[in-house]
Design a binder for this molecule. Sequence first.
Ligand code: ATP
Ligand code: MG
Length: 450
Amino acid sequence: MDGENYVGKLNDYAQKTRSVLYYKELGSDGSDHSKTFTLRAVINGRVYPNGVGKNKKEAKQNAAKQALIGLELQDPGYSTADENESSTSGQPNGQLNDSLSSFNDKMNHLGYDALQVQSNFNSQDGMIPYLKVNGNIKKTPSENSSTHLATASFTADFDSVERLGRGGFGHVYKARRKLEKRFYAVKIIRFKEKAQREVEALAKFQHPNIVRYHTAWTEPSEYKSDSSSSDSDSTSQSSSSSSAQYLYIQMELCDKKTLREWIDEKNGQQRDHKRREEGLTIMKQIVNGVVYIHSENLLHRDLKPANIMFGNEGEVKIGDFGLVTEDNKSDENLIERTKSTGSKSYMAPEQRSHSTYDRKVDIFALGLIYFEVLCNIFTHSERSEIWEDIRGQKPPTGFALKFPQEHKLITSMLCAMPEDRPEASEVKTELETISLTPVGAQKKKLCWII
Ligand code: ATP
Ligand code: MG
């Protein structure tokens, strides 16, 4: 520590600007001899980079220092502001600054400790990312006098762009990053609250069954598709709104085939004796991912086959964290959005109708996914007939006989009352006990009648 009282300075700032300041403890790492503590400052909901120290006090000083650096970058000269001046801090893009500043500490989780990207929306061109190394702005050798060290630009930095998907909120492209000649998936969404939550969650997660986040940046316009593409969608009109910002999320590239396609393929095959076994392997991985998400005190809220992807080795990768939220929290905006844009088919009853719900909504969705993974449904009309029944714990005839253990587990996951559904960790344990040996010659004959 350099002896400066950063905590005091930050308190002064908070008082002057009537800001709400608090510190969030993020726990400790290492053995007793070399323990480090991590804290971060949150000002008016804006999260600042982590401060690390040998004790909580030192970590707090460092967290305050990080926040002061962040504040200085966003609003140079703030420290001389009086109350009136401070009220002008709500610049049009102030909220976006709020959101982006929180990327930094999330990136730490992924090993980007030293390298952080901070953007400044006060600049005329919408965004100027800085490379921040250990809290100091560092200049690259090629830019001696400028503080603008790196600009991220999808069109400049990537080539071989190909659209992968178009979801309710944005577009996802496969693109090759020129620098490392590697392909990634880049999701582009309007930078609103959903976008912030999605990127915060992704950056925080580090799990083999969750799509891996690499980095994110904003641009004042959305990527315009090639004119030869059949897009008649929003890409061509995307930059029309001058205040709009688009968030580009670079993540690992998964297989084009999602679990949705896997299920559809299996349904098309009529009889596939590997379906049950493969389905179990898939479910175990999805549940592993969900156990992890819930252990982070978050819920996904939009689990459905189209949001379950596969990695290079066929391993499950849960994606689309656009509706992620903290557990046990009521958030009117997001709930409203869930009702109007989330996938109703997989929504738990209380998610459809109540204003509060918890992680058990994910369990309900998982129960439906497991059912769909196993059950051969031939046509859309058959699916719609079956669907409401299974949501009410009534599987089609023969299902219970064919899949006795799975049936028991699935119906428990589809309990109407959230508290009656098992926790993700309990589902995980149950899945481990599912035996794939035939249930008996007689019952075997019944196999694949569904
Ligand atoms: P929605 O809300 O409608 O489900 P969305 O706009 O939130 O969609 P995603 O679900 O994240 O977007 O992505 C849309 C589609 O893009 C996915 O179903 C998948 O096909 C594809 N996709 C998303 N991320 C990746 C990735 N990392 N690798 C490969 N494909 C991806
Ligand atoms: Mg999706």
